[in-house]
Design a protein around this ligand. Structure first.
Ligand code: C2E
Ligand code: CA
Ligand code: CA
Ligand code: CA
Length: 281
């Protein structure tokens, strides 16, 4: 029995060791990926749920590790934030996304103008010169600020200092829109929400995926939509996977959405051909 415990501990020790080594290897590979720029972006349509018309696309970063294959962003973004690599990755994402929207606007010339929605981490907002980086990227690509929306998670907005809010306010003054990502998961108070420098609430997928089964969740979504209306904010539902969810959201007053029902995230070329098709606005 005594020996058993010892063996178990050895095994435990070995697995912790493996996990640490794997994480260190992943870090090193991520650092190389940053210098080699081996990331790509996928684009997921944001639509008018009633008609399917495309308003824009959310840019979602992808990383293919040489031996592990695709590593989910939820994993490598966390490592990138710990190591500070997120700044370089975020810069690349911003430039690439703005270049993409320039291309889309050529396709859609003379008609409605799609935007790109870019995820921004709290680190990027805290780093010096974020506003300049955004406006430089826009100028370089010849895109006007309405072509870009920035998504900041509710928790990042709540955690952060006045500095982040000031950066966002400055971006909004030049015409860039700001969305609160994963809204409903971060406990914003009403008075906070009223003062936040934002234009859009993205209702977290945890609400969308439970509205069909729960009257309570429906009431919550209805309250969020009402609140957004009162504050003059737009709402976009995330993670819409079924017609039932889409229809319920419509009934609750949420006109815009994003999710597998409409489209999975697409490679750049596929996003472009979608814009050439009939469903684009
Ligand atoms: P997020 O910003 O909340 O992005 C939405 C995630 O939900 C994406 O996962 C998307 O593929 C997934 N999704 C979209 N529709 C559906 C649906 O109908 N059902 C389900 N089950 N999932 C859906 P993804 O691409 O794995 O990204 C995960 C997270 O990684 C993102 O969550 C975001 O927090 C982060 N991320 C992705 N790209 C970037 C980036 O460029 N910069 C930063 N800072 N974070 C990023
Ligand atoms: Ca997002
Ligand atoms: Ca989200
Ligand atoms: Ca999320």
């Amino acid at each position: 029995a005594k020996g058993d415990g010892k063996r178990r501990w050895r095994r435990y020790e070995a697995s912790v060791h493996t996990a640490i080594v794997e994480r260190l290897e992943l870090r090193a590979a991520l650092a190389r990926a940053v210098s080699d720029r081996t990331f790509t972006l996928d684009y997921q349509p944001i639509v008018v749920m009633g008609s399917g018309a495309i308003l824009g696309f959310e840019a979602l970063v992808r990383w293919r590790h040489p031996t592990l294959g695709f590593v989910p962003p939820a994993e490598f973004i966390a490592i990138a934030e710990e190591t500070g690599l997120i700044e370089a990755i975020g810069d690349w994402v911003l430039h690439e996304a703005v270049r993409a929207v320039a291309g889309w606007r050529q396709i859609r010339a003379g008609r409605a103008t799609p935007y790109v929605s870019v995820n921004v981490s709290a680190h990027q907002l805290r780093a010096a010169g974020f506003v300049d980086k955004v406006s430089t990227a826009l100028t370089a690509a010849g895109v006007d600020p309405s072509g870009v929306m920035l998504e900041i998670t509710e928790s990042a907005l709540l955690r952060d200092d006045d500095r982040a809010w000031a950066e966002l306010a400055a971006l909004r003054r030049i015409g860039v829109r700001v969305a609160i990502d994963d809204f409903g998961t971060g406990f914003s108070s009403l008075s906070y929400l009223q003062r936040m420098p934002v234009d859009v609430l993205k209702i977290d997928r945890s609400f969308t995926s439970t509205i069909s089964g729960s009257p309570r969740q429906r009431a919550l979504v209805e309250a969020i939509v009402g609140l957004a209306g009162t504050l003059g904010l737009e709402v976009i539902a995330e993670g819409v996977e079924s017609r039932v969810e889409r229809d319920l959201l419509g009934d609750l007053g949420c006109p815009y959405g994003q999710g597998f029902l409409f489209s999975r995230p697409l490679a750049g070329a596929a996003a472009k051909s979608l814009l050439r098709g009939p469903t684009a606005v």
